[in-house]
Design a protein around this ligand. Structure first.
Ligand code: FES
Length: 327
């Protein structure tokens, strides 16, 4: 039986190596050695791990093979960046070793690369390279026209930089912000051939900026496909309290999300992407005295302004309290 037949299955860490000062790569296989289901470029897996009573659920992009040769790998290759305010990534960096047991999901394909596009522009920023690298490989294998911009502070901090250059050659531009500042994204979009589709993964503000530039240039929104990296955590985050309908209070620490805190407290929740994209965790707000810090890409501006619901996987309360319509 392949591990494909159940949604989550037991897994084990088979390999670990440092990619940069803050990013490690893990190879994770099925604990019983059974073959893994195919993972398309851009797909994720969810990892379930952590100490008893505080399990973490985190999604990571499947990086896949780093070169063009060979078939599917007998493990999932993922890269995890240590985020100072994310307890999940800190736990992985501190505790994951060869032999560590966890549970993983079969691949989840929400960020898909379409076929038969006239030209594809790939943009990756920082750890956002993880879904973009397998897209680069797929485009090369399919013989599709593409170009790529990979943005980071400096090459030494950019995971897989040499692999990306070896794969993409002249079609790839590495942009080191420590040397040349921020890239001119308007110029990047302006220089693309007609009909270009963009696939972008990076921090929310950069994606917002690309979307705004594309809109100003009258590109159809469907031509911009994106995935926000680490929507839930920012260095300046503070803890706050959630009051449930029952009157019960749940503490949400600076390095965690409402969703994680509720799950740890045994509260029933719904979630899927855990990145503010699918809307499944959307929850009604009864009272947000000091406002809501919306970090999703699901709600419209009008819906955000109404301040009566939020995505608990990534959005937070401004101030110290928020009352939610949840038991
Ligand atoms: S789980 Fe998808 S938006 Fe929160």
């Amino acid at each position: 039986m392949t591990a494909a037949l159940s949604k989550y299955f037991d897994a084990v860490v088979l390999g670990r190596r440092n990619l940069t000062e803050r990013i490690i790569e893990l190879e994770i296989g099925a604990a019983d050695g059974s073959p893994l289901p195919m993972a398309e470029a851009g797909s994720h897996i969810e990892l379930r791990f952590g100490p008893a009573g505080g399990p973490f659920h985190r999604q990571y992009s499947v990086v896949g093979r780093l070169g063009l040769d060979g078939g599917p790998e007998p493990f999932r290759r993922i890269a995890v960046q240590r985020e100072d305010r994310s307890r999940g990534s800190a736990y992985i960096h501190s505790n994951f070793r060869i032999g560590t047991l966890l549970r993983i999901s079969r691949p989840i394909g929400s960020f898909r690369l379409s076929r038969n596009l006239p030209h594809v522009l790939l943009i990756a920023a920082g750890i956002g390279i993880t879904p973009i690298l397998p897209m680069l490989r797929s485009l090369i294998i399919r013989g599709q026209s593409f170009s790529m911009l990979y943005i980071g502070a400096e090459k030494a901090a950019m995971a897989y930089a040499d692999d990306v250059l070896a794969l993409g050659g002249d079609a790839v531009r590495l942009h080191e912000t420590s040397r040349t500042g921020r890239p001119d994204l308007d110029d990047v979009l302006a220089s693309q051939p007609p009909g270009t589709h963009v696939y972008i993964c990076g921090p929310g503000p950069m994606i917002d900026s690309v979307r705004a530039i594309a809109e100003a240039r009258h590109w159809h929104p469907a031509r911009i496909r994106y995935e926000v990296f680490n929507a839930a955590h920012r260095p300046e985050d503070n803890g706050f309290r959630v009051r449930l309908r029952s009157g019960r209070f749940i503490e949400v620490g600076a390095g965690t999300t409402i969703l994680d805190a509720l799950e740890t407290a045994g509260v029933d929740t719904l979630s899927d992407c855990r990145r503010g994209e699918c809307g499944l965790c959307l929850t009604d707000v009864l009272n947000a005295r000091e406002g809501i810090d919306h970090r999703d890409s699901y709600l419209t501006t009008t819906e955000r302004t109404a301040a009566d619901q939020l995505t608990i996987c990534c959005s937070r309360a401004h101030g110290t309290h928020i009352d939610l319509d949840i038991d």
